[in-house]
Design a protein around this ligand. Structure first.
Ligand SMILES: CC(C)(COP(=O)(O)OP(=O)(O)OC[C@H]1O[C@@H](n2cnc3c(N)ncnc32)[C@H](O)[C@@H]1OP(=O)(O)O)[C@@H](O)C(=O)NCCC(=O)NCCS
Length: 175
């Protein structure tokens, strides 16, 4: 378990499936995320039940508040390459009343610290839609920098959006 001052990160439990399905069905939460094709609650529950244990190349963790132990989101380091020590980061806080309280920043910092210290990663990268100002702010606060821009790589409601590639190298994590 990875514990900070506001949140802890832990492995996913089958009982987390209802919240995951609810968040994935919420257009506000999914506004700037690739939601994939619609999945039923039973399909999400089966995915949680059958999930393999976390590993070097795929680590998905639940984000829980420290005080109440409330499940509020998930974060993942995935597509990890042993040859380059590079992984990709995803994060979302699905409980909207928890936005803007510092939870996303601390969870990002905790999983990146784990990636650099325990997994001995060399770099962590991510893609973010250029309009997702809150997420970009979180990433810059913990030390990610902008590497480049992939124009028209995200489509939503009949419109194209650019995505920004951000990365952080070992030794660059802030805070
Ligand atoms: C992006 C997300 C993870 C941020 O989590 P969070 O817990 O709300 O983040 P924090 O409270 O730690 O920090 C948010 C920061 O963004 C700032 N912010 C919020 N809305 C903003 C906006 N519209 N423009 C600019 N900055 C904004 C906040 O002021 C805060 O910065 P500060 O500490 O300097 O004041 C969360 O909003 C979320 O899950 N959104 C939906 C899914 C998503 O977009 N995930 C990222 C995909 S790449």
């Amino acid at each position: 378990m990875l514990t900070g001052e506001l949140v802890r990160l832990r492995a996913l439990e089958p009982s987390d499936a209802e919240a995951l399905w609810r968040w994935n069905s919420d257009p506000d939460v999914m506004r700037w995320m690739d939601e994939g094709y619609p999945a039923s609650q039973a399909q999400v529950a089966a995915r949680c039940e059958e999930r393999e244990r976390n590993s070097y190349d795929n680590m998905l963790l639940a984000i829980e508040t420290l005080g109440e132990g409330r499940l509020i989101g998930v974060t993942r380091l995935g597509d990890t390459e042993p040859e380059t020590g590079r992984a990709e980061l995803d994060i979302y806080i699905g409980e909207k009343d928890c936005w803007g309280k510092g939870y996303g920043t601390e969870a990002t910092r905790l999983i990146c610290r784990y990636g650099f210290d325990r997994m001995r990663l060399h770099s962590i990268a991510l893609w973010v839609v250029a309009e997702n100002a809150a997420a970009i702010r979180v990433y810059e606060k913990v030390g990610f920098v902008r590497d480049g821009r992939h124009r028209h790589s995200f489509r939503r409601d009949g419109r194209w959006y650019d995505q920004i590639l951000m990365s952080m190298l070992e030794g660059e994590l802030l805070g």
